[in-house]
Design a protein around this ligand. Structure first.
Ligand code: ZN
Length: 646
């Protein structure tokens, strides 16, 4: 624990001004959150019913219907409230404030006198509270509402939801833990650990951090409560869940002893985030090392090039090292969001560019691909290879959709995206002592507090469309600028018009002792480049992917015709980039002259001893985050590579 824990900026102190993510963030406030509010209220025809708000009304005794939805339906409202809070802090979506306040009042009315809150159990099984921690998400939903409460308090100064969630946290601490009359349980789905840490930060109540620490360290201890709780299958909420084993919910061993990140990817990465959060607040180097080890296993051996994680739909889970199938990938949007949370928490503990690289990879690829360009349709699963006919007819690819639906019966991802995109400033900047850190390059301004006083930073950039980043900094500080790993040390930097090559430490350019106003320009190389996977990734051997800056590219049949599997990119072919203003508001296309295998006639034999012919064909790529915006078609990230003349 050598590094000082990095302080995050206040949400209302980072303002995105222009550029792709600023537009997306504004659109979250202007369109996505109003749309989601209507979805939560079942006001949008022809999409899956949510019933989320109605469930709270029934729990509050204000409506007579039946509970409907997933056992974790409450969390959809919690994430929506959290996103609205961030938007309000930024000056956006003020028309939603009244609706959010009404929703908070409803949540508080639905809370039971003893502090308990979970509409599923209140409506459907009031005598079964805390009897199925493994399957039923009570602590998960509690965590999300706690995060919403913290965000709402920080954005508005209003304590109503925060006080309600403090009552709930006390109720939980009275019923779960070590001690007489308590159950020694842990959540089946982690999330409350990181939420308790956030609530501890704003209230200073020690019992919150102690409870988070208990949940982290009790996990996987013998006797394992999540096993003891289920002596047989009579209490299973999901059929087949027991078959997934203890790894599914990361309780196969105490977390400090776990070597690899296993099981359900969202759970696993929320756990890593909670571990890193507890470790920093408790100054626990051993726990931080364990969090780092699990995170590195995931990103070094189990992460898609797009920052997607979770290789199988069975258990939405990790499988084994280097198992990264492209067509049956799960890669849930929420899992990449969780990866960003974990990277951010570890980056707070240690200024190391690899965490920033992971945040950027997940953000610009899987997270942005998780929604369409109009931000009203969403992917839950983010494959790297799609054939619509396979999605329709192959049972192993049923989960892979070729186009985004508007909402899901299980709609965890859309509001999770809304809260991430509304709080990007938290990921872009931080301070430690007198050092200002820039992790992500976003056009806009940031007011940051250092030990030397306030620092104002203005960033002008169209990154990642452009590699030029102009920074104006006003204040006395040291400055650490992340040099992305994909630059391989190549960059240009001028400070007040003088070229300079400062020290580089763990992926950051360090400019020490800045005084007053300074202007600098950082230029990163944005040429398209070929990327290859480790040879143990069987799905990608003989294949090549194209990246430009942090953006992964894909080929779609909309630009290449059908049968993408017939395309091959010669290793010697020149990659050409061209700006296309008409591609959804402007994006770089990449093209190259490739080869395409002849398409056989339908009556040709299934097998033949005649080698196929190859003919020249242009290959066209667009950013992966834009895929599936032009109707249904094929998509491939990894194309075959051919070495001519060998
Ligand atoms: Zn999700």
């Amino acid at each position: 624990m050598n590094d000082i824990q990095e302080k995050l900026p206040r949400w209302d102190h980072v303002c995105l001004k222009d550029g792709m993510l600023a537009k997306i963030q504004k659109n979250v406030g202007a369109k996505m959150l109003p749309f989601q509010w209507r979805a939560l209220n079942d006001e949008i025809p022809d999409i899956e019913k949510s019933h989320c708000i109605e469930n709270f009304r029934i729990a509050a005794g204000e409506s007579k219907g039946q509970y409907y939805g997933m056992v974790f339906q409450d969390s959809d409202l919690a994430k929506w409230l959290e996103a609205v809070a961030y938007q309000l802090a930024l000056g956006g979506c003020s028309e939603l404030r009244e609706k959010a306040e009404e929703a908070i009042d409803l949540v508080v009315r639905a809370q039971m006198p003893d502090g308990y809150l979970n509409t599923y159990f209140q409506c459907k099984a009031p005598d079964k509270r805390w009897t199925n921690l493994r399957d039923c998400h009570e602590l998960y939903c509690a965590g999300h509402m706690m995060e919403a409460a913290v965000a709402w308090y920080q954005a508005t100064g209003e304590r109503k939801l925060l006080d309600a969630m403090l009552r709930f946290a006390r109720h939980i601490a009275d019923h779960i833990g070590h001690g007489e009359g308590k159950i020694p349980g842990v959540p089946g789905h982690e999330e409350i650990e990181l939420a308790l840490c956030r609530m501890y930060d704003v209230t200073g109540e020690d019992f919150l951090l102690d409870l988070a620490s208990y949940f982290v360290d009790e996990r996987g201890q013998e006797p394992d409560y999540l096993v003891v709780e289920h002596p047989d299958h009579s209490n299973d909420h999901w059929s087949g869940i027991a078959d997934l084993g203890r790894k599914y919910a990361q309780h196969q061993a105490p977390v400090r002893e776990q070597e690899k990140l296993e099981g359900h990817a969202v759970r696993a990465l929320y756990l890593v985030t909670g571990m890193a959060d507890v470790a920093q607040r408790k100054k626990d180097a051993g726990l931080l090392n364990a969090a780092r080890r699990l995170f590195l296993n995931a990103v070094d051996k189990r992460m898609y090039i797009t920052g997607g994680v979770g290789s199988t739909c069975i258990g939405e889970a990790f499988t084994y090292d280097y198992d990264l199938p492209n067509d049956t990938a799960y890669a849930e949007t929420c899992a990449s969001i969780a990866l960003i949370f974990a990277a951010r928490a570890l980056l707070q503990a240690e200024r190391n560019g690899l965490y920033g690289d992971v945040m950027e990879r997940a953000l610009y690829n899987t997270c942005l691909a998780g929604m369409n360009v109009t931000q009203d349709a969403f992917f839950y699963v983010n494959p790297l290879s799609v054939l619509p006919e396979a999605s329709e007819k192959d049972p192993t690819q049923k989960h892979v959709l070729p186009t985004r639906p508007g909402w899901f019966g299980c709609s965890c991802c859309p509001p999770n995206l809304a809260r991430l995109l509304s709080s990007l400033g938290q990921y872009a900047y931080g301070t430690a002592g007198q050092e200002v850190r820039v992790h992500l390059y976003l056009d806009g301004t940031a007011e940051l507090d250092t030990d030397n006083g306030p620092v104002r930073l203005t960033v002008h950039t169209e990154y990642p469309a452009s590699g030029e980043i102009r920074l104006e900094i006003d204040g006395d500080c040291d400055l650490a600028l992340r040099l992305p790993g994909w630059c391989h040390g190549s960059y240009d930097l001028s400070v007040n018009a003088h070229e300079t090559s400062p020290a580089i430490e763990k992926g950051y350019l360090l400019l020490r002792g800045l005084r007053g106003k300074n202007q600098m320009t950082l230029t990163l190389p944005m040429m398209p480049r070929r990327v290859y996977a480790h040879s143990a990734v069987r799905a990608d051997v003989g294949r090549v992917a194209i990246m430009r800056g942090p953006v992964v590219y894909c080929a779609e049949s909309a630009d290449n015709g059908a049968n993408l599997h017939l395309l091959a990119l010669p290793r010697s072919a020149t990659l050409i980039q061209a700006w296309d203003e008409n591609l959804f508001g402007g994006a770089w296309r990449i093209k190259a002259m490739g080869l395409k295998r002849n398409t056989d006639d339908a009556d040709a034999p299934l097998y033949t001893e005649t080698p196929p012919g190859l003919y020249p064909a242009q290959i066209n790529w667009i950013p992966y985050y834009l895929w599936a915006n032009r109707g249904e078609g094929e998509m491939e990230v990894w194309l075959r590579e051919i070495v001519l003349g060998s």
